[in-house]
Write a protein that binds this ligand. Structure first.
Ligand code: GLC
Length: 480
């Protein structure tokens, strides 16, 4: 099959979150699995600056979006068995940030329309366009809309991956015709409308040939009001075409034996370097350099749905366990202030680095004995998998992909991979941490066995890429 993977970010080109990790590592895995794979991304300013000299210019066309007639340049680059395409329009993408502008709707409306408009320039037509989140949600809509006139477009199947259902691309009713160039039928029949607004994600859920959530548990959760941010009935209606496929991680990038960011490399065969990484990160963050104290790591956006309220409410309880806490991340000012205050109150015990420094993040994964991720909701979550690869035993709330990737440790059978709790409650979280710390102190040998087990677990893309390839084959087979 020929796949065109459309996304608003992909590592290493441009990244604000987990979508970029997936869009950067799933396509190469699909290519290894035998699919002819291309990715299409906006040519942001930062991408042009860093990678421009490695790209080849293929030409340009004009894209019509309502009354607009906008230039669209096409660049390409080959890497990891994948063709990476970049769509150029300086008015929309030559800006310092990826998102957060007043005209984001127009920017990604243009991008989605341009993905369809540029197809004739790609040489071969894809069998499947794989869309991701609201930014590319108009692609299945445009394929249908324009497919009325262009039969070739009707043969292209679409998959929508939902990385976080909270972000739906909601815009005022008037944007339908005036911005996106679609006729009122799309509103009148409800396809693109929710609660009086245009809702791009809803439209894609209804129109895509297959919808996929980034973990099996999340696929179930988004069919319930508690997790669906208003789209639960739409998700239930589409239950027959909904799957949940757990993300993988780039196991070559995230390999403690070959990670240039680490002070000392280590592996499941030789764990000795991890002690040096612990010392190094303690020193770097100003934590007391004591090897016996369990070090808890957190690398996270500091926002509500990552469970920061639990950490705030339980901090004193955690400190009674005689542990250290190292936090790297940025986000909501109230949580940044909370961690800074906690570090001032517990010098040598709590440290925070506000911001996102990849090298420091890797140092925390490598130095930590435990990794805390108490998310309120978590579509998949990648950092618990990275932590496990680096021998930091996860303590997680049983939600979304955390539930699917961390199995509760059973002291009797010594099975499982981490410590989990269900209730969104600071006490429940503190109990799980206490259980982990208990094992760390009372049975170092069992703890070590658990670390080694986690480091060797297979979080590579190979099995998930095979699930996607099956899904593509299935929907291509449905072609009329
Ligand atoms: C989003 C989700 C995260 C998921 C990632 C990649 O960032 O919040 O849970 O791992 O997308 O799918």
């Amino acid at each position: 099959v020929k796949i065109l993977y459309a996304a608003s970010e992909a590592a290493p080109f441009c990244k604000t979150g987990g979508l970029a990790d997936v869009a950067g590592s799933l396509p190469p895995a699909l290519a290894r699995g035998g699919a002819e794979t291309a990715v299409i991304l906006p040519l942001y300013q930062s991408v042009r600056e860093k990678f421009g000299d490695q790209m080849e210019y293929l030409g340009y066309t004009y894209i019509d979006l309502a009354w607009r007639h906008a230039y669209c340049g096409l660049f390409q680059m080959k890497k990891d068995g994948v063709t990476w395409y970049f769509l150029d329009n300086e008015q929309y993408f030559k800006r310092p940030e990826l998102y957060g502008y007043y005209d984001d709707g127009e920017r990604f409306g243009f991008f989605s329309r341009a993905v369809v408009g540029i197809l004739p320039m790609l040489g071969t037509s894809p069998d499947v366009i794989h869309c991701n989140d609201w930014q590319t949600s108009l692609i299945p809509i445009y394929l249908r809309d324009l497919g009325m006139l262009d039969l070739r477009l009707r043969n292209i199947r679409t998959v929508l991956s939902i990385h976080n259902i909270e972000y739906q691309g909601r815009f005022g009713r008037e944007t339908l015709e005036d911005l996106f160039g679609l006729n009122r039928g799309w509103a009148d029949d409800g396809t693109l409308m929710m609660d009086g607004d245009v809702n791009l994600l809803k439209g894609a859920i209804l129109c895509a040939d297959a919808v996929n959530a980034v973990s099996p548990t999340y696929a179930r959760q988004i069919q319930t009001p508690q997790y669906a941010h208003g789209l639960d009935s739409v998700m239930r209606m589409c239950g027959g075409k909904l799957t949940g496929i757990l993300n993988g991680i780039d196991t070559r990038r995230y390999d403690p034996a070959a990670d240039p960011d680490l002070e000392e490399p280590f592996s499941a065969q030789n764990l000795s370097g991890k002690a040096g990484d612990k010392r190094a990160v303690q020193q770097r963050l100003g934590l007391e350099e004591i090897s016996e104290v369990p070090l808890i790591g957190m690398v996270s956006r500091l926002v509500g749905h990552k469970g920061m309220d639990l950490v705030r409410a339980a901090l004193d309880e955690l400190m009674k366990l005689d542990v250290q806490l190292a936090v790297v991340g940025k986000g909501d000012p109230q949580y940044e202030a909370f961690f800074q205050d906690a570090a001032a109150r517990c010098p040598g015990r709590v440290a925070v680095s506000v911001g996102y420094d990849e090298k420091l993040a890797m140092a925390v994964y490598a130095g930590a004995d435990l990794y805390l991720m108490p998310s309120l909701s978590e579509p998949c979550g990648l950092s618990q998998m990275i932590a496990m690869r680096y021998g930091a035993v996860p303590v997680v709330r049983e939600t979304g992909g955390l539930k699917d990737s961390v199995l509760p440790y059973d002291a009797e059978t010594r099975s499982g991979s981490g410590f989990t709790f269900r209730a969104y409650d600071p006490g429940a979280m503190a109990n799980a941490v206490s259980e982990a710390v208990g094992l760390y102190r009372s049975d170092p040998e069992a703890y070590r066995a658990l670390q080694l087990h986690d480091m060797q677990e297979d979080f590579s893309w190979s099995s998930s890429a095979a699930c996607y390839l099956n899904l593509y084959e299935k929907i291509v087979g449905m072609r009329l």
